[in-house]
Structures are given as structure tokens and as C-alpha cells.
Design a protein around this ligand. Structure first.
Ligand SMILES: NC(=O)c1ccc[n+]([C@@H]2O[C@H](COP(=O)([O-])OP(=O)(O)OC[C@H]3O[C@@H](n4cnc5c(N)ncnc54)[C@H](O)[C@@H]3O)[C@@H](O)[C@H]2O)c1
Length: 261
């Protein structure tokens, strides 16, 4: 079922589309279908080709390289956003990274370097991005990011990324408080397991995905389209009054312990 909503006078920046399976792309598709004007940022030049392919037949879109840990890149990205759009209604943060070795061994062995990298890219970047975006936000602007239930319960091998997601969820509440007086809303979507590049880099993800499908209340995993629809709700005026929240779209996985056969 498609959701009918008109965002033709709105503007959005989507950060973190690597390919057509990216959750950022599932959200962008909903925004584009609703008529929103969308700009995209990508981490590095090696990802540009894939994004250009996805956007080939789309009108009024633009792209710019920006590493989320580079203040210089973020300044340039938001200068471009101002030039293209004047202001910004919606911001999508779909960015996370942890070094592979931090997700292979025991959590207790996390190095300070891997901790800092993971928390910087996956959590602090949301804070930095909101700070850069602030002058462009309008009353009613809205931000969504993506988190995962490993922030609340131990998921084997997720390790420092679980800590980064807990930081992202807490940062969401503090940002929502900072921006609340202008009714700018900041929320995060907790998605169930989905087959993306980032997910594939998690050791044992295949098993986690299959177990998720078996244990979820629906007997299947949620889809990236369902993530896109929740994001559309949270970003648009349908979500007015909702801020600082972590909202789950996981086909009822996190509510279960182990399902009966
Ligand atoms: N796939 C899942 O199962 C799942 C579940 C819950 C939450 N999430 C979250 O969804 C978000 C999007 O991930 P995805 O699963 O779509 O994978 P993905 O690999 O498609 O997207 C991750 C993106 O992060 C970008 N990125 C990494 N480091 C960056 C940096 N320094 N600067 C700028 N961009 C950077 C990558 O270039 C990529 O575009 C992440 O926050 C992820 O943790 C994913």
C-alpha cells in the first residue's frame, strides 16, 4: 500500500545512501514519491557512481560528497544545501560505521581508537550535523536517524556498535530538547535486521537475520519499505507532536523473547 502525502513544497537532505538496498534510499524513495526536493550526500567518491545510477531519472536532485566526521565537508554540504534550497525541512541521517575487528572479538577488548571511530561516525555525527543544519531549519523541520535494538540488549558481536546506538538514542533526546522551542523534531527509527552493506559487515548477520524472521511476531523481518513509511510519518506533519523518540519498525521482533513453535 502506498501512502499519499504531498511534500511538493518541501526540501530534504538524505545522508548515507550507498546503494538501492540502503535504508537511506528506502526513505528517499518515499520522500521523492511525495514530491519532496531531495539532496544527497555520500561518504566518498567510490560511492558516487552507485548514487548517480539510482538518481538517473529523477528530476531536481543533487549530490555532494561529505564525510560525516569532517567539519570542513559538513560546512561545504550545508553551504550547498542553503544555495540549493534556502532552508531545510527534513534531514535523514543513515550513517554508521565500526571497524570490523571491533565486531569480531569480545566487547571487553574494544580499543580506544575503535571506540572513538565508532562513536564519532555513528553517534556524534548526528550532533554535528544538527548543529550545521540549525540555521537552515524552519519551524516544523524534522530529523530522523536509524538505530538498532542492540542499544538495549546484548546482540552477539554487535559490541561497540551497541554502545554507539545507545549514544545515538540518548543524543536524540538531548537534541530534541535543544530544538524543542522551535518545534523542530528529532527522532530515531529502530529497524529490525535488513540486508544492507553495513549489515553484511556484521559477523554472523545471516544467522541473526534468519532468527529474526522466525522469532518476530509477524514471522518475518520488517522491510526497508516499512522503514521508509515510518520515516515519512515522522518527518512529515503526520508526526507533529512526536520528538525525542526511538520508534521500532521490526515486525514485532523486539517484543518477543523466544517464540513458541
Ligand atoms: N541494516 C540493518 O539491519 C539495520 C538495522 C538497524 C539500523 N540500521 C542502521 O541504518 C543506517 C543505514 O545503514 P544501512 O543498513 O542502510 O547500510 P548502508 O551500508 O547502506 O548505509 C550506511 C551508510 O553509512 C555511510 N557512512 C559510513 N561512514 C560514514 C562517514 N564517515 N561519513 C559519511 N557516511 C558514512 C556509508 O557510506 C553508507 O552510505 C545505519 O545507521 C545502520 O546502523 C541498519
Amino acid at each position: 500500500m502506498s501512502v499519499q502525502i504531498d511534500l511538493s513544497n518541501k526540501t530534504a537532505l538524505v545522508m548515507g545512501v550507498a546503494n538501492g538496498r540502503s535504508l537511506g534510499w528506502a526513505i528517499a524513495e518515499q520522500l521523492l514519491t511525495a514530491g519532496c526536493r531531495v539532496g544527497f550526500s555520500y561518504q566518498g567518491e567510490r560511492l558516487k557512481g552507485e548514487l548517480d545510477k539510482l538518481l538517473k531519472d529523477r528530476e531536481g536532485v543533487w549530490t555532494q560528497q561529505a564525510d560525516a566526521t569532517s567539519e570542513e565537508d559538513l560546512s561545504a554540504l550545508f553551504a550547498r544545501t542553503k544555495e540549493e534550497f534556502g532552508g531545510l525541512d527534513y534531514l535523514v541521517h543513515a550513517i554508521a560505521y565500526a571497524p570490523r575487528n571491533a565486531m569480531e572479538g569480545r566487547f571487553v577488548d574494544t580499543t580506544p581508537e575503535d571506540w572513538n571511530t565508532s562513536l564519532h561516525v555513528s553517534a556524534y555525527s548526528l550532533v554535528a550535523i544538527c548543529r550545521h543544519a540549525e540555521p537552515l531549519f524552519r519551524e516544523g523541520s524534522s530529523v530522523v536517524s536509524l538505530t538498532y535494538h542492540a542499544s538495549q540488549q546484548v546482540v552477539p558481536k554487535y559490541n561497540v556498535m551497541g554502545v554507539a546506538k545507545a549514544a545515538l538514542e540518548a543524543a536524540t533526546r538531548y537534541l530534541a530538547a535543544d530544538f524543542g522551542s522551535r518545534e523542530i523534531r528529532i527522532n530515531t527509527i529502530s529497524a529490525g535486521p535488513m540486508r544492507t552493506i553495513a549489515a553484511r559487515s556484521i559477523p554472523g548477520f545471516g544467522g541473526l537475520y534468519d532468527k529474526g524472521a522466525r522469532n518476530a511476531a509477524f514471522g518475518r523481518n520488517a522491510t526497508s519499505q516499512e522503514v521508509g513509511k515510518l520515516a515519512l510519518f515522522l518527518l512529515s506533519d503526520l508526526g507533529s507532536g512526536v520528538t525525542g523518540q526511538t520508534m521500532y519498525v521490526d515486525a514485532g521482533l523486539s517484543i518477543m523473547t523466544v517464540k513458541e513453535d
